[in-house]
Design a protein around this ligand. Structure first.
Ligand code: KIV
Length: 282
């Protein structure tokens, strides 16, 4: 029987050079699937703002909305280590509010850790959350919550100065107590160097094979997100069309009267039926 993944297991994987696997999930059925597949970490990412709630970016999702999805994921996952993504403005206003919000992911939603975006500017916040006893995963490189400030969804750390800053931020976050760190949209060689410099595991997305683990978004893996496919996302299935076909076939069968059949229907005892139709004659 497989057991619940812990931070120690993730550290052990880095030490042994075994890649860590991470996927996002946002609801109960999704969590049961990725957990049964044997993923190490499930991230309830704020990407759900786009993939599940239909927003144009991750900015507008709220703590309460995130918690709603985290709770469903926690009910579906047995073994994976669970990380809840703190949404934009839930940790930036002040440290007290950040710690309180982070605590809600653990107490109310059954998460094992939280993730937040940013480097040196949030290092003190990370320290405060970790000191409160909450494991924190960092997120550097392309940070979608502040994509506007970065000039759009662009690859980061493409200059020597940018790469140096990324490395410094990574070391500061590690020092502040992060147990792991996402590196998003960073040149592969930069991500590999940063990963080697850190004692904590890095999880890459668009950051090449030199990271200690990889993460992809649930809807990208299954080909379910119809707005765009990021360059770094690999579709392992294209399920949108078969799902659409299934719905269309159902509609056609209902309209043609070929569903439901006897197989999908229930019966009543003949005597009870007669009484129902004609009244009790006895
Ligand atoms: O919100 C999310 O899904 C993420 C991953 C892309 C790392 O932050």
């Amino acid at each position: 029987m497989s057991k619940k993944i812990s931070i120690l297991d993730l550290q052990q994987k880095k030490a042994n050079g075994q890649p860590i696997t991470m996927l996002t999930a946002y609801d109960y059925p999704g969590a049961t699937l990725v957990d049964e597949a044997g993923v190490d970490i499930i991230l309830v990412g704020d990407s759900l703002a786009m993939t599940v709630l239909g927003h144009p970016s991750t900015i507008s999702v709220t703590v309460d909305e995130m918690l709603h999805h985290c709770k469903a994921v926690a009910r579906g996952a047995k073994n994976a280590f669970l990380v809840g993504d703190m949404p934009f403005m839930s940790y930036q206003v002040n440290r007290t509010e950040a710690v309180r919000n982070a605590g809600r992911f653990m107490k109310e939603a059954g998460m094992d850790a939280i993730k937040l975006e940013g480097g040196r500017e949030i290092a003190k916040t990370v320290r405060a959350i970790v000191q409160a006893g909450i494991p924190v995963m960092g997120h550097l490189g392309l940070t979608p919550q502040t994509a506007t400030k970065l000039g759009g969804y662009k690859v980061q750390a493409k200059t020597a100065e940018g790469a140096q800053q990324l490395l410094e931020d990574a070391l500061l976050l590690q020092d502040a107590g992060c147990f792991s760190m996402v590196l998003e949209a960073v040149p592969a060689s930069v991500a590999e160097t940063v990963s080697k410099q850190l004692s904590i595991p890095t999880i890459g997305i668009g950051a090449g094979p030199g990271c200690d683990g990889q993460v992809l978004v649930f809807h990208d893996v299954l080909g379910l997100f119809d707005r765009f496919v990021p360059k770094f996302a690999k579709q392992y299935a294209t399920l949108r069309q078969p799902m659409l076909d299934a719905f269309k076939t159902y509609l056609a069968e209902v309209e043609a009267g070929t569903f439901p059949t006897e197989v999908h229907s229930f019966t009543i005892n003949e005597q009870e039926l007669q009484i129902f139709l004609y009244g009790d004659q006895s």
